[in-house]
Design a protein around this ligand. Structure first.
Ligand code: GLC
Length: 747
């Protein structure tokens, strides 16, 4: 494991170090001077053109804007294109633009490189389950290198939407429920995509989305209403966005939803107020796909022209596929509904990004067919994809140490996803190849098990289709095995955008098939391929082992096979709560106490508590939870002092020992509870984590530092500050840890 980590770190360094500078074509003036001179020459039409983005053929995720973008490019009316990829196609469009536009302002090509461009990494929720910031940054670095080699300048990532509702299909694209973890992961992704030199040819613009609170849609229904206090917005949902501004992200994307009555795309308080004025964001803001037009059905804009005025006045710089700025801004300007200064500011922000990418020096610098061939699917990239996938898997149950499997065991692999190479790379998989390229579980198993008499494969059921004609054959086949491994889950398109579910059980008759298999009295391992937390109470009671694999990407089948047979020891931890049933949602670890907290079984006789009469309050699997093939024990938890003042730091140390039979990685987590505040505080909040490697028998002392900075929150006066008082501090390998000490923050 250590060697592999070293190899990956070397890869990360090499990607940064040789931030390849290619030859400069045109020697140009310093940015401010160059752009001021360029803008002085631009007509108002040309300035508005920079604010316009059209989609190339292909991906349609919303209403299609009627205009043919080719004609608009020829008129010089387009500043950016999304969904155009490959060196060849982007060069073609760039040439069409440069040959026809008066001032030769290069097009900016944007694309959804969410968890890989060609080499596909685990879906972002899976990457987040690694709790490994180096791994996540490396995945973004590789994604950027491949995308840049494919002619792409800009990715619409990271998606940083906190969500506490697994009915929402887009949890698959995020970092789960926690603000602290989400912020750290967002920073890692921005650093990965943008590196420390945007003019390098293996870095691209990142885009923080969806601004803001899109993950709080009522009932987990995509695009639905969001209504919350400013305190909740600033405390839970905005920090990951702010973290990316501090990390230097160059673009933002507004979200489809309204927030407390005002759609984000026309929300002056949010965009100009918080993002640009308060946070001093100096990049540019793009709408989501026709998000501007949607202010009409929102009931916030009376027509498209009005929507454009609301958006520009709110601080939105670029119109994604809406065609509104292109058709209406000039008229709005003549009517004094918008100002030339606003148009100039938006145009400048976009031109500065193009300048920093080096596009004015050489508009074709990302169009090198030789480099595209060399970089795409590099062996070390595919190795990195396997490593990140291995780190993303979460072992949820392992009764009787059913796992890891032994090579001499006879194993029947069943389930609709055993041979799948389409869904395994998940939703939002950019230009990743599915058929004939992504590694299925069957392919991964066959690489490890050479004695084919030891393994068999029979689907038994489909994912959704309820036909039973394959089931008996699979059951008969399983009778001959020592162990059954069921590879089940969702279709990849059952998560991602516009994929909310009211029932998050295993779909179809997969559970019924498991019940039939259970009658054989053999150990059953359930491997899950899914994009969201599922409700698994029955499975948890009836399966011997459960491995959460999310959608693990191009090398997913290898990662699952290596984990099942113990070549990889799973180390993932849940970035999001798995509820017992949908009725508990929203369910998350950092909840408030309430005035009648239900403290679990001990309180069972107490009726008048904040609880249900039919289900326990606790989740099935909590945030931060994940098992290993080995055991980690925590001891000697100490803090440096029972009290600190506002200028002192508290040191917390704990000894972690690997007391099992496998080398492995553990995520040591630190939580804090502020017991009394000028507003109520959560029962626990993640304030630190460290992923460590311990050989079997090894132990390490892990140290954390806490200061008053870590204890700040929005008090009754809405000031972000820490308040003196009593605190609890927890350490452990899950949010459910009860290893606790206390300290006081004094004036
Ligand atoms: C989609 C998504 C957004 C994506 C954009 C461009 O509708 O909401 O996440 O980046 O359109 O594809």
């Amino acid at each position: 494991m250590k060697f592999k980590t070293a190899l990956l770190l070397l890869l990360a360094v090499s990607l940064t170090a040789n931030a390849q500078k290619d030859k400069k074509k045109n020697q140009i003036k310093p940015k401010k001077e160059f752009i001021s001179e360029l803008m002085a020459k631009m007509t108002i039409d040309e300035k508005i053109g920079q604010l316009v983005q059209f989609t190339a053929d292909g991906t349609i995720t919303g209403p299609v804007a009627g205009d043919n973008f080719i004609e608009q490019i020829k008129k010089g009316n387009v500043g950016s294109i999304l969904n155009a990829t490959t060196v060849k196609y982007t060069a073609e469009l760039q040439k069409m633009n440069l040959d026809n536009s008066r001032l030769k302002i290069p097009l900016l090509f944007g694309y959804d490189v969410i968890h890989g461009y060609k080499t596909i990494f685990p879906i972002t929720l899976g990457e987040s389950a690694t709790w490994d910031l180096n791994a996540v940054e490396l995945a973004a670095k590789i994604s950027a290198a491949e995308a840049a080699a494919g002619g792409v300048h800009w990715t619409f990532s990271p998606m940083v939407d906190i969500s506490r509702d697994p009915r929402w299909g887009r949890v698959s694209e995020g970092a789960g429920e926690d603000t602290y973890l989400g912020s750290k992961l967002a920073i890692a992704r921005v650093h990965g995509y943008q590196g420390n030199d945007l003019s390098a040819i293996n870095t691209i613009l990142a885009c923080t989305k969806h601004f803001a609170a899109y993950g709080a849609a009522e009932a987990g229904r995509d695009y639905n209403t969001v209504d919350m206090s400013e305190r909740m917005l600033r405390e839970v949902y905005l920090p990951p966005f702010k973290a990316t501004v501090d990390a230097g992200v160059r673009t933002f994307m507004t979200s489809f939803n309204e927030i407390s009555g005002v759609p984000a795309t026309g929300n002056k308080f949010l965009v100009n107020g918080i993002l640009k004025d308060e946070w001093k964001f100096d990049g540019f803001v793009v709408t989501d796909y026709t998000g501007m037009n949607e202010m009409i059905p929102h009931g916030y804009a009376k027509d498209e022209k009005h929507a454009g005025e609301l958006a520009l006045n709110a601080g939105v710089d670029m119109d994604m596929v809406g065609g509104i700025y292109m058709k209406n801004l000039k008229k709005s300007l003549s009517e004094g509904k918008v100002t030339e200064a606003q148009i100039n500011d938006a145009c400048r922000r976009i031109l500065e990004a193009k300048y920093d990418l080096g596009l004015f020096e050489d508009p074709y610098r990302y169009n090198d067919a030789k480099r595209e061939k060399e970089v795409t699917y590099k062996k070390e990239y595919l190795e990195a994809a396997l490593d990140v996938a291995n780190k993303s898997l979460v072992l949820l149950k392992n009764g009787n140490n059913t796992l890891p499997l032994k090579k001499e065991q006879k194993v029947a692999f069943v389930g609709p996803l055993i041979s799948d190479e389409f869904n395994i790379i998940g939703s939002w998989a950019a230009s990743g190849d599915r058929h004939g390229f992504a590694v299925s579980v069957e392919e991964g198993i066959n690489k490890i098990i050479t004695d084919k008499s030891k393994i068999s494969f029979a689907k038994g059921v489909e994912i959704l289709d309820k036909k039973r004609d394959m089931m008996q054959a699979a059951i008969d086949n399983a009778k001959k095995a020592d162990v059954i491994v069921a590879v089940m889950g969702e279709f990849e398109n059952m998560t991602g955008e516009a994929a909310s579910r009211t029932n998050i059980d295993l779909p179809g008759i997969q559970k019924e098939f498991l019940a039939e298999l259970k009658k054989l009295g053999k150990p059953i391992v359930l491997v899950l391929l899914n994009g969201r937390p599922l409700t698994l109470e029955w499975e948890n009671q009836n399966m011997d082992a459960i491995l959460e694999a999310w959608w693990p990407g191009t090398r997913g089948g290898d990662a699952i096979a290596q984990t099942l047979y113990g070549i990889n020891n799973p180390s993932g931890k849940l970035p999001m709560t798995f509820p017992r049933n949908v009725g508990q949602i929203p369910l998350y670890y950092n909840h408030k106490s309430t005035g009648r907290p239900y403290l679990g079984k001990a309180d069972n006789e107490q009726k008048y508590k904040s609880r249900y009469i039919d289900v326990d309050n606790s989740p099935l699997y909590e945030f931060g939870y994940g098992l290993s093939y080995t055991n980690f024990t925590y001891s000697n938890f100490k803090i440096s002092s029972p009290k600190i003042n506002f200028n002192q730091k508290l040191k917390a140390t704990v000894e972690v020992s690997n007391t099992g039979n496998f080398d492995g990685e553990e995520v040591v987590q630190l939580y804090i509870r502020d017991k009394v505040g000028s507003v109520t505080r959560p029962v626990k909040e993640l304030k630190g984590f460290q992923k460590i490697f311990l050989k079997k028998g090894e132990k390490k002392t892990i140290e954390f530092e806490i200061s008053s900075e870590d204890l700040k929150f929005y008090g009754i006066d809405m000031q972000f500050a820490a308040e003196p008082g009593d605190f609890e501090i927890f350490v452990g390998g899950t949010s459910a840890t009860d290893m606790k000490l206390e300290f006081e923050l004094v004036k």
